[in-house]
Design a protein around this ligand. Structure first.
Ligand SMILES: C[C@H]([C@H](O)CC(=O)SCCNC(=O)CCNC(=O)[C@H](O)C(C)(C)COP(=O)(O)OP(=O)(O)OC[C@H]1O[C@@H](n2cnc3c(N)ncnc32)[C@H](O)[C@@H]1OP(=O)(O)O)[C@H]1CC[C@H]2[C@@H]3CCC4=CC(=O)CC[C@]4(C)[C@H]3CC[C@]12C
Length: 264
């Protein structure tokens, strides 16, 4: 039984313009549950639809990020039975086949394993405590990383490291994860959330149209030939230059004050 049985499996808290989503099953290292995934899916909808939210942070409770799917729950029936009729090319809660329109910052402490490292790959900026560890361990249990890693990881970090992670299930420590580019920052243990909030705060202070447009360009041009991508980029980027915010930013610079962006 979980020690926090009455607690929701994920917590969603708005801190000014930042939505903080905390996976909250610390007794089982925040292994994913159906309830947790439903809360996360609703949170992502909120991020996309609420104009007050400028950035989002994903973290885990109790010194762990996430241990992936609940292996104990998988023993209740044949693991494959859960997939009957399900279209797994898109899993909203894990941000597979769906990307947020606002930046998502990961704050990792402790293990980010299997589904934990899979959802990490849907985040834009990644911070980890020094003792964090990362693995895609599904093959160790005869399973497949259906959270998207067999496709996405090789596109995000060098092939030889991605293939090794996927095929061996070997864990990477935080420093190695940073060295190969899986994460961007290593901070002392216990400080990942603070650093993630600091970065999310920097984003939230920027022009909201500019931030969304930059993210949209990154997402829409992924995998495109460069010249085709520049066409998309110039369409999205010129709309930002025509906005009221684009007048405000340079004016604020000249008047030596903080810009007051209106998001239009
Ligand atoms: C397919 C994806 C996804 O790719 C599949 C997976 O994620 S498989 C999960 C594999 N997980 C692991 O390999 C991690 C196992 N754990 C560990 O290695 C270690 O515990 C640790 C390194 C994380 C931590 O080590 P520690 O030493 O710090 O702690 P430890 O003592 O070991 O553990 C403490 C207690 O926690 C318990 N624990 C830890 N991990 C787990 C776990 N994963 N499950 C259960 N319990 C865990 C441990 O036992 C200890 O407790 P004790 O009581 O003391 O023993 C799938 C991802 C999401 C799926 C979708 C979900 C939604 C869907 C629903 C449907 O109905 C249809 C399908 C689907 C869409 C579904 C599809 C598959 C996924 C996409």
């Amino acid at each position: 039984m979980e020690s926090v049985a009455e607690q929701p499996h994920a917590l969603v808290q708005q801190r000014g313009p930042i939505l903080v989503v905390t996976m909250n099953r610390p007794r089982v290292r925040n292994a994913l549950s159906t309830e947790m995934l439903a809360i996360m899916r609703d949170a992502w909808d909120r991020v996309d639809h609420d104009p007050e939210i400028r950035a989002c942070v994903l973290t885990g409770a109790g010194g762990a990020f996430c241990a992936g799917a609940d292996l104990r729950a998988m023993t209740q029936s044949h693991p494959g039975d859960r997939f009957n009729g399900a279209d797994l090319s898109r899993i909203d809660a894990l941000l597979k086949g769906r990307r947020l329109s606002k930046p998502l910052v990961a704050a990792v402490e402790g293990p980010a394993v299997a589904g934990g490292t899979e959802i990490l790959q849907a985040t834009d900026i990644r911070v980890a405590g020094a003792s964090a560890r990362f693995a895609v361990s599904e093959a160790r249990w005869g399973l497949f990383p259906l959270g998207g890693s067999a496709v996405r990881l090789v596109r995000q970090i060098p092939y030889a490291i991605a293939a090794e992670m996927l095929l061996t299930g070997r864990q990477l420590g935080a420093a190695e994860a940073r060295d190969v580019g899986l994460i961007g920052h290593v901070v002392p243990d216990g400080q990942a959330l603070d650093k993630a909030l600091e970065l999310a705060g920097m984003i939230a202070a920027n022009g909201p149209l500019a931030v969304r447009a930059i993210l949209q360009t990154i997402r829409e041009t992924e995998g495109m030939a460069e010249n085709d991508a520049f066409e998309v980029e110039s369409r999205i980027g010129t709309a930002v230059f025509r906005s009221t915010d684009a007048k405000e930013g340079p004016r604020a610079f000249v008047e030596k004050r903080t810009p007051q962006f209106q998001g239009r």
